[in-house]
Design a binder for this molecule. Structure first.
Ligand SMILES: NC(=O)c1ccc[n+]([C@@H]2O[C@H](COP(=O)([O-])OP(=O)(O)OC[C@H]3O[C@@H](n4cnc5c(N)ncnc54)[C@H](O)[C@@H]3O)[C@@H](O)[C@H]2O)c1
Length: 475
């Protein structure tokens, strides 16, 4: 997420706490809060005047009464930027008790504990996860949002302790460690969900499973394209009064405060932008093509920044082969331009679909002129009516026949998600614990993506074609 987006979220959150946006929530009891947010959440369907038959989807956990015996006691390890977003989601899900939080940084502990207090949750607070697991006797689950290099240690410890685990993506910065997580989940029989949240997003499920797979809206899909471009940004700093002393930093494996705050850019702790951001979108290629890549060729480098170890720009091309034949996908991550932002496109011989976690950046399909009529799908409520056709235009010097050159009009998708993007994925996890429904991103599946993603750095380094063996994707 871009710094500016994070800042906007932070400001919104602070407004929510202080009630400055006119929707005062400060002082509400937890029960009131959950009642309010339950009403405000849930899936809604776009209500434009072009809309056809309503498409009503419900999501796990929504509208269900939660019995006291259904309450889940959850611990958090890592309550930095992402941990706090997940905490916020949990506050909106009925029956989730945040029993404990753990973070090695006092700033994160204070921020998260203070935020939770506003909503009537007073978890026990720990610096070290070992002490937390030792002292907390009746936990059901753990949510892990620490830097990638600690995921395996934290996940394995929690699974071994008898907890179900929701662990953020990327599973790990090493495939060996990622594999150990799959093995521990298998051995302990506990659930392990990995945080590729698009897998539970009803907009993505509708687009990929309903439109692309079931209804073959795009015909044969042969090309995937996705990008995550963000503007140049300085290294993250920190409030000086919250500087961690070198002894404590070393105790937890960090070389310096700079590295602790900017772990993504350093090989010891993370996988760089391609892993950090690409993991979400490369995961979608496999979902759409229903298979893992056969090859990858990539280019990238540390071309712009000083004092960062990981490639600041990467472009990768994958080859896939499925029952329909060959398909290819191009992915790029750029950290010196925000051009185009982040979205994913799937191109078939009958049409294309553009989607993004932020609907304004992608939430529509294009139809090729020769494709079968899409109006029946509109009548079923699966897509919305075509936007008005693009008119002929004349530029100053060149006549452009847009009937020939322009793409067809947009056919918007009808599903909206009226809750934070990560909430349905957490709901899926909690409902899997409570009622045994399948996880949308179990560890085995996430491991397959981890292979496709983490290997890109190797392809960049070796400047050679990478060939994947099918058995490599199995942990
Ligand atoms: N799914 C998503 O959309 C998404 C978005 C952003 C980040 N993430 C993932 O979430 C994770 C955290 O990212 P972030 O942006 O919050 O990073 P961050 O640096 O803001 O937060 C990490 C937190 O973990 C704490 N921490 C570090 N080592 C620890 C340890 N050994 N024990 C306990 N706490 C420790 C830090 O003090 C910090 O508070 C990463 O795996 C990242 O890839 C996912």
């Amino acid at each position: 997420m871009e710094k500016s987006e994070k800042k906007a979220i932070k400001e919104k959150r602070e407004k929510e706490i202080s009630g400055k946006d006119g929707q005062a929530t400060a002082g509400l009891s937890r029960r009131d809060f959950l009642k309010t947010t339950a009403a405000a959440t849930g899936l809604v369907v776009a209500t434009g005047k072009l809309f056809g038959t309503p498409l009503i989807l419900s999501s796990q956990g929504e509208g269900k009464a939660v019995m006291p015996s259904d309450e889940l006691r959850v611990a958090f390890i890592g309550v930095g930027e992402q941990g706090r977003i997940l905490l916020d989601c949990c506050l909106r899900i009925p029956g989730i008790k945040i029993a404990a939080i753990c973070d090695i940084w006092q700033y994160s502990r204070d921020y998260a504990a203070g935020y939770l207090r506003k909503y009537g949750q007073t978890p026990n607070v720990y610096e070290d996860y070992r002490e937390m697991l030792d002292k907390e006797k009746d936990l059901d689950a753990a949510v892990i949002a620490t830097p990638d290099w600690m995921h395996a240690e934290h996940t394995n410890a929690c699974l071994n302790h008898g907890l179900h685990v929701y662990c953020e993506k990327e599973m790990s910065n090493s495939l060996e460690k990622a594999r150990s997580m799959v093995e521990t989940a298998r051995r302990t029989g506990k659930l392990l969900q990995i945080g590729h949240q698009r897998r539970s997003n009803p907009r993505y499920i509708h687009a990929i499973e309903k439109l692309i797979h079931d209804r073959k809206l795009l015909g044969r899909v042969m090309i995937g394209y996705a990008q995550w471009n963000r503007a140049k940004a300085d290294m993250l700093s920190w409030p000086k009064k919250y500087t961690i002393d070198p002894q404590t930093l070393h105790k937890y494996g960090y070389n310096s405060m700079e590295e602790f705050r900017n772990w993504r850019w350093f090989k010891k702790y993370g996988g760089g932008p391609i892993v950090d951001l690409g993991s979400h979108q490369i995961d979608l290629f496999s979902w759409v093509f229903k298979t893992n890549p056969k090859t990858a060729v990539a280019s990238g480098g540390v071309d712009y920044y000083q004092n960062r170890e990981w490639y600041d720009n990467v472009m990768v091309i994958y080859e896939y082969e499925n029952e329909e034949g060959m398909a290819r996908a191009f992915y790029q991550v750029q950290t010196t331009t925000s051009h185009g932002g982040f979205y994913e496109t799937f191109m078939g011989d009958n049409g294309s679909l553009v989607i993004s976690e932020v609907p304004q950046k992608g939430n529509w399909a294009y139809r090729e002129a020769h494709a079968p009529d899409w109006e029946p799908l509109v009548r079923e409520g699966l897509i919305l009516s075509e936007a008005p056709p693009i008119q002929k235009v004349e530029t100053r010097n060149v006549f452009v026949d847009v009937r020939v050159t322009a793409e067809a009009g947009r056919w918007p998708l009808p599903v909206e998600l009226a809750k934070p993007a990560h909430q349905p994925h957490l709901e899926n996890f909690f409902e899997a614990i409570r009622r045994g429904i399948p996880l949308n991103c179990p560890a085995e599946l996430a491991y397959e993506t981890a292979v496709a993603v983490l290997k890109v750095n190797e392809a960049v380094r070796t400047k050679s074609l990478l060939r994947f063996r099918p058995e490599e994707f199995k942990a």
